[in-house]
Design a protein around this ligand. Structure first.
Ligand SMILES: Cc1ncc(COP(=O)(O)O)c(C=O)c1O
Length: 415
C-alpha cells in the first residue's frame, strides 16, 4: 500500500494551518470609527498621517509617505529620486515583477543582476558587473525579509552618483546591523497587499531620512501637488497613489500586533532551520551576520531533487501539499528578465528599452543570464509561506515529518 498521501496514503496532517490575514474586533472597530467619522480620505482624516509617522518610527526612518500599493510606492520613489528617461536601475533577477516594472513605468531601463546562492537576495558582486555610466540607481530587494548587504552596495554606489532605493516590500521589521530597513539608502518601499505581514488588502508606504526626497515623494503620490499648495495646482508629474483612511486604520491595528507575530515567525524559522537542514537534500537560508533581524515573509528552502530520487521540484511540492503542508509553493517560476513582456518589449509607451544601448547593442533581455535565479526558479526554491510559520510546534514538526516522508518514499513517485 502507498504511504505518500498523493498516492492514496494517509496525510501527515489533516488540520489546516492558520489562515491569513489575522484580525479581530480591533480592525472592525477601527474601520467603523473611520466610516462614522465621514473622513474617508487622507486630506480630511488623521489615520494616514498617523500611519506615516508610526510606520516611519518603527522602521527607524524620519519620514513616511503612504501609497496605494508597494508598486506605486516604488514608482513614486524612483520619480521622487529624479530618475531620468533612459537611466538604468539595477534590480535582482529573482523578485516580484513590480521591482522591474516600476523602473519601466518611470521611463527607465531595468538591468538585472543575480542573487546570492544561499539567501536569494541581490548579490553585490553580480551588481558590480552590470554597472555602467548610465546606472542611476540600485534597487536591492530584501526578499523574504533577508537584508541585502547594504554596505557592499553602498561601496559600489559611492562617488558614482548612484542612489539606492530599497524594495523592502517584504521586510517589515528586518534589520541590517541593528537598524531597520527602508531608509538605509535614499528611500525604501513597503507593501501592505493582502499576502503581506501587515495588510489592509492593498496599500504601501515609502520611508526615507531625506526631507527633500520625502516632500517630492509626497507630491508624486498626491497628483503632483505641493505641500500647502492649491488643490488644482500641480508642480510635477504625479498620480493619485494615495492610501485611504479606511486602509490606514486597519494597517495601524495590524502594526500594533506586528512584533508579537514577528517573534513567532522568527522562532518558527529557527526551529525549522535546525530540523529541516538535517535532512539530506534540503537547505535552509542562514542569515548573514549583518542581518540582526528578519521578517521571514516566507522560508525559502533549497531543494535538491537528486537527494529525492530525481523528483522534480513541482512534484515535490504537490506531494508536500498532499501531506497537508500548505500553503507551500515554488515561488517565482521565471527570472524577471525571462518574462514575455520584457523579451518582446511589450511595454506600451514606456519604450526606452526599444532603443537603449547596453553591452554594445540595443538591450535584449534574452541576453541576461543569472544562473542562481534560474536554478532557484526551475529546480531549487520551495517557499513555506507565513501561515506555516505561524503554526505551533506540532505544525512545524508536521512539515519536517512530511519532507522526511517524501524523501523516504520518493520511489512511489518515480516513473
Ligand atoms: C518584492 C516585492 N516588490 C514589490 C511588490 C509590490 O507590492 P504591491 O503588491 O503592494 O504592489 C511586492 C508585493 O507583491 C513584493 O513582494
Amino acid at each position: 500500500m502507498a504511504k505518500l498521501a498523493i498516492k492514496g496514503g494517509t496525510p501527515v496532517r489533516s488540520e489546516p494551518y492558520p489562515v491569513w490575514p489575522v484580525w479581530d474586533n480591533r480592525e472592525v472597530e477601527a474601520v467603523q470609527r473611520v466610516v462614522e467619522s465621514g473622513k474617508w480620505g487622507m486630506a480630511q482624516g488623521s489615520q494616514v498621517k498617523e500611519l506615516q509617522s508610526s510606520f516611519a518610527r518603527y522602521q527607524d526612518a524620519r519620514f513616511g509617505i503612504a501609497a496605494s500599493s508597494g508598486s506605486t510606492a516604488l514608482r513614486a520613489s524612483l520619480l521622487a529620486a529624479g530618475l531620468e528617461a533612459g537611466a538604468e536601475v539595477i534590480v535582482p533577477a529573482y523578485t516580484f515583477v513590480a521591482s522591474a516594472t516600476c523602473v519601466l513605468e518611470s521611463n527607465g531601463v531595468p538591468v538585472f543582476a543575480d542573487v546570492d546562492p544561499e539567501t536569494y537576495v541581490l548579490d553585490a558582486a553580480s551588481v558590480e558587473k552590470v554597472i555602467t555610466e548610465r546606472t542611476a540607481a540600485i534597487m536591492p530587494v530584501h526578499l523574504a525579509g533577508i537584508p541585502v548587504d547594504m554596505d557592499a552596495l553602498e561601496r559600489l554606489a559611492a562617488g558614482r552618483g548612484i542612489v539606492i532605493i530599497e524594495d523592502a516590500c517584504q521586510a517589515w521589521g528586518s534589520e541590517y546591523k541593528g537598524k531597520k530597513m527602508g531608509a538605509l539608502g535614499l528611500a525604501g518601499a513597503f507593501s501592505f497587499q493582502s499576502s503581506k505581514h501587515i495588510t489592509a488588502g492593498e496599500g504601501g508606504i515609502v520611508v526615507s531620512n531625506d526631507e527633500g526626497f520625502a516632500e517630492r515623494c509626497a507630491s508624486v503620490v498626491n497628483c503632483g501637488r505641493s505641500t500647502g499648495g492649491a488643490w488644482h495646482t500641480h508642480v510635477r508629474l504625479g498620480g493619485n497613489y494615495r492610501l485611504s483612511e479606511l486602509q490606514a486604520a486597519v494597517i495601524l491595528v495590524q502594526l500594533e500586533r506586528y512584533e508579537k507575530m514577528l517573534a513567532r515567525r522568527q522562532e518558527a524559522a529557527r526551529t525549522l532551520a535546525g530540523r529541516l537542514s538535517a535532512i539530506d537534500g534540503i537547505k535552509v537560508p542562514v542569515l548573514p551576520d549583518y542581518a540582526t533581524a528578519c521578517s521571514w515573509h516566507f522560508l525559502a528552502l533549497r531543494y535538491d531533487p537528486e537527494a529525492f530520487g530525481g523528483l522534480p521540484k513541482a512534484d515535490f511540492i504537490k506531494a508536500l501539499n498532499a501531506e497537508g503542508i500548505k500553503p507551500a509553493h515554488g515561488g517565482y517560476y521565471t527570472p524577471v528578465y525571462r518574462q514575455q513582456f520584457l523579451l518582446e518589449k511589450n511595454v506600451g509607451p514606456y519604450d526606452e528599452i526599444r532603443r537603449h544601448r547596453f553591452g554594445g547593442k540595443v538591450i535584449d533581455y534574452a541576453d541576461f543570464q543569472c544562473p542562481v535565479a534560474e536554478r532557484a526558479c526551475s529546480s531549487e526554491a520551495v517557499w513555506l509561506l507565513q501561515n506555516l510559520l505561524l503554526a505551533g510546534q506540532e505544525g512545524l514538526e508536521d512539515i519536517v515529518r512530511a519532507v522526511e516522508k517524501i524523501r523516504e518514499n520518493n520511489r512511489e513517485l518515480s516513473g
